[in-house]
Design a protein. Sequence first.
Lengths: 253, 267
Amino acid sequence: MIDCAAFIGPYPFRQLPHPDPDVLVRVLAREGLSGAWVGYLPAPWQRDPVAANESLLAALVPHRSTLHPAPVVRPDWPRWEHMLRDLVEQGSPAIRAYPMHWGMGPHDASMRALALSCGELRVPLVLTVRFEDLRQRSALDVAGDLTAAHIRTLARAGASVRLVVTGAGRELLEETHWSLTPDEQRRVLWDFAWIWGPPEDHFAHLVRTIGAERFVYGTHWPLRLTQNARANLDLLPESLRHAAITDVASLGR
Amino acid sequence: MTDPLIDAHAHFYHAESGRGDWERVNAARMRAGDAIGVTYHVVSVLGSYGHTSPTDVSRGNDVMRAMADADRERVRWYVTVNPNHTAHALDEIARGVASGAVGVKLLASRRADDALNDPICALAEEHGLPILHHIWQHRTREWPNQEISDGRDLARLAARHPRVAFILAHLGGGGDWAHTLPAVVDTPNVYPDLSGSGVDRGMIDTALQVLGAQRLLWACDLTMETGLAKLRALEVVGLPEDDLRAVRWGNAARLFPPGTFPRCVAA
């Protein structure tokens, strides 16, 4: 199973314990995960994506059998189409984008173009709803959570689009999922790291209503405890305990 | 046999809690507790601070007592009080103690350091009861539907009542936990519980470093998957066995009245 929501690098708003690739490799092994799509944590707050991607790719070189780069492509940046193609040709299995951090509204044409281009290249586009709980967010961190309007606009952009949305809670997920046609729903996968387990059982409810196959495994390391995703699975009611989530390794090229 | 485990911060709902699925949620808590290995759940039913208070507080305590009596093997309970109604709060504590309550849950209708909490704390001390207080980790502004307190506020109350144990609710409950730890480090009768939906990496390690294992209580509150994640994290951070035991149940057994958790002591 691949972790679709891991990062390396420092976080601007608090000190993270050793957010380094070699540590991530050990954590994945401990958790029984075969690898991770890895983003570069400072990237959302940096304007120029080029340097962030260079740092990411260089840091992952010694660990490429386990850590797969999920670099960022910013679709309002000159020559982004070339950047996307190069990154995919170099083996990136997924592309990350942060429309909230780039000040892009839900109907931004460049984001739509990026989603379609990723679809043509058969790589999923990874969107992050949030990095931290709203209640502890720095006053300088004003991007806000990704909205359902952003996600559904991209999901409706075309049949080739594949989105992996990480960090959503039940409310955002339901608002988005139930606003899509069945075909469009199948274009969106969700991780469940931020979805509540028992006693509210939001995760169990969603597995029953939208299906286990719509979920993928994401830890949000190094921001959050990797144990949380596994705990959520382990605490599903007995009748759902063997529900099969999707491995992102099965997506794309 | 695994070590005992006490969830020091749990809630039940009832028919008048305002949600139709209350029985399902209560049952889910016990189902998940059994899966995690919880030996005892220390539970409260919250009343309101609104126009039905304190009547609904009494009603919640009645229901809570009945639920605890129906599951003596696994459930202990806090008597809930609204500090805006002093006489009622004191009566509820007396009534609760007479019917088996093992702690006091302070509703967040007054800031923690408010003088209205003093008579409640004095009576809790008389009965040897710990007090669980809803705490925001770093209060930077007001929020609706509660008069929020943070670690500094609770530390002021705890300093006035040094013989009462105060359980600082949900260190992982959103807000800046890194602010809470230095706010209470010099007030030794404040014991943060680890509950809350937050599972920030670094939180447990820093709490252990700043306060030590003897000051922390394992708990879940509204999200039991985060409780299980933190339990598993505690098991891999290299804690000495005695420290792990203290966080799992030993500290709770020390803070609550003697004899509260016989299955832990027996184990």
